[in-house]
Design a protein around this ligand. Structure first.
Ligand SMILES: C[S@@+](CC[C@H](N)C(=O)[O-])C[C@H]1O[C@@H](n2cnc3c(N)ncnc32)[C@H](O)[C@@H]1O
Length: 256
């Protein structure tokens, strides 16, 4: 008896799907190496292009972060990571720009703090689930499909009670021209973020206009969205009611 040669089982289908994902990834890698080059050439200068002072919104919100490890996404040249490390938090900084990360190390050394740096594309970076007391995203503008997936990983990555802090430019920023990406696809609204971060409790979520003055590239009145979001603490499991063991012995009452 002959076997049907092209019988496709579920395992084969999964393998084919994995192969397709694998083969399509180099396109991403190519695109992202372009992004790395863009940021490397911006950072390839003796000065800190966003300055060395922390972002204002982060400075005002830092007290919300409980003790523990902090992850800074798209950290750039280190101004926010160094600020957090000086406050005593162990900090990990991730960025696609190796030149940016070399500046993070330099700024940390000059400030007598230690920062763990990870040279990675956020597309690939695995955020360890349940680990982080704080995750920070300051003007970390990435395409919507990556951002949605990243925020899914952020939600998983926070420890119970952990805090996510984000400030980004909104599409309204295109009319101000005082910094940020020149195209709408890299900008984000409060509505987008509320949807993407639905697993967190939003403690502060606003779109507002404010003066952003950070080095040579963020230079004046701007349209931003700000988020402080908390991972719910794990619910305490109710202690099971203990039922008294039934006793078979009968109460004997002494007659007086
Ligand atoms: C506007 S800068 C902000 C830097 C820093 N957060 C700050 O506030 O000073 C955006 C940063 O995101 C990083 N970035 C952009 N796309 C990235 C990606 N796909 N993976 C990792 N980092 C990325 C850039 O290299 C850059 O350092």
């Amino acid at each position: 008896m002959h076997h049907i040669p092209f019988k496709i089982n579920i395992r084969t289908s999964v393998q084919v799907a994995e192969l397709i994902v694998h083969l399509t990834k180099p396109t991403w890698r190519f695109m992202n190496s372009e992004i790395r080059e863009i940021w490397n050439s911006r950072y390839n200068t003796g000065t800190y292009i966003y300055g060395t002072r922390p972002n204002d919104f982060l400075r005002r919100s830092v007290k919300m972060i409980p003790p523990g490890e902090i992850l800074c996404l798209g950290e750039g040249e280190g101004r926010n990571a160094v600020y957090l490390a000086r406050k005593g938090y162990p900090v990990t900084a991730v960025d696609i720009s190796d030149i940016g990360l070399a500046k993070v190390k330099r700024l940390a050394q000059e400030s007598n703090v230690k920062i763990e740096t990870v040279w990675s594309d956020l597309f690939d970076y695995q955020i360890t689930p349940g680990k982080w007391s704080g995750i920070i995203s300051i003007f970390c503008h990435v395409p919507a499909d990556l951002r949605i997936d990243l925020h899914r990983r952020v939600t998983k990555g926070l420890a119970p009670g952990g805090i996510f802090i984000l400030e980004s430019y909104t599409p309204e920023q295109l009319k101000f021209k005082t910094g940020g990406p020149p195209t709408q696809d890299l900008l984000v609204t409060l509505k987008d973020l509320e949807k993407e971060l639905s697993g967190l409790t939003i403690l502060h979520g606003v779109e507002r206009e404010r003066i952003v003055s950070e080095g040579n590239l963020h230079t004046g009145m701007a349209a931003v969205v700000q988020i402080i979001a908390k991972k719910p603490a794990t619910k305490k499991t109710k202690a099971k009611k203990t039922t008294k063991p039934k006793t078979t012995a009968k109460k004997t009452t002494k007659k007086k």
